[in-house]
Design a protein around this ligand. Sequence first.
Ligand SMILES: [Zn+2]
Length: 304
Amino acid sequence: MIIDLHRHTWSFYQRYPQASEIASKNPGKLDPVHAQSDPLPLVPDWKEAALDHINELDESGVDATVIFVADYGLRLGEPTFTIEGENRLSAEMGRAYPNRLIPFFGIDPRRNNAVDAFERAVTDWNMKGLKIHTTVGFFPHDRVVYPFYEICVARNLPVTFHSGPMPSPLVSRYAQPLHFDEVAADFPELTIIMGHAGRAAWPEALNIAQMKPNIYLELSTWQAHFDYPEDAIKAIYRMCQTIGVERVLWGSDNPGWRHAMPLKKWVSTIQDLPVTGKKFGCDFTTSDTEAILGKNAARILGLK
Ligand SMILES: [Zn+2]
């Protein structure tokens, strides 16, 4: 079973057209393709978006994917559609494709009535986890987030965080791997998924995860790390050796990251590790790659 643990209902620039302008000024290779994508219509077409996800999964041999929205509204200005509405549409997608599109609830915990909205999402909308993006201006260990963790623990739901840097006007220090440590200490039963494994700050992410067995490292956006295959392969191997392959997870961060590598190739890049790893002294087995690509995710999500 192959499960993408990190996917957005819509791409960032579709939701926040105001961010495109900032991205277009960035001289690096931030995301030029999606910076030009059309903004979402006033009421987004969730059926079309759901089908787009399903087609990509089918094409790539991926069985299921988590989907969510990241809530940047309090920092970037409100998205084209309301955040409550977007979450509701994620839930609708999950209802239309059960066990294939698995919706997490994405919210800025500082919003009014956010805890109640999360409670409703898991109770009435059947949402399966929480997505938190702290680079809008709060730390994972800020007490405003704690009631959300309590709900996750009580219902055995995982929480996915962005970890590592983000472009302006988002603020990277809020997602520095170190800042997940206190959450892990205060909620030892909470399943903490560090999305992107800290990106280039992965050694710090690994360092924290080594001490906190409830932290998982998730490899979405690592498609780009494979521009330097030796570094990427050795890093993933080091993660597996240090915290165990059971805590290394796979995801894409599509549709926003489609330009980096087709999903099908991202699957085969992991499947090929037992062969490609050999060149660099990394001894992956097929059972390791199966664990990374889906077995671990299935366990976390309670899928059979
Ligand atoms: Zn993401």
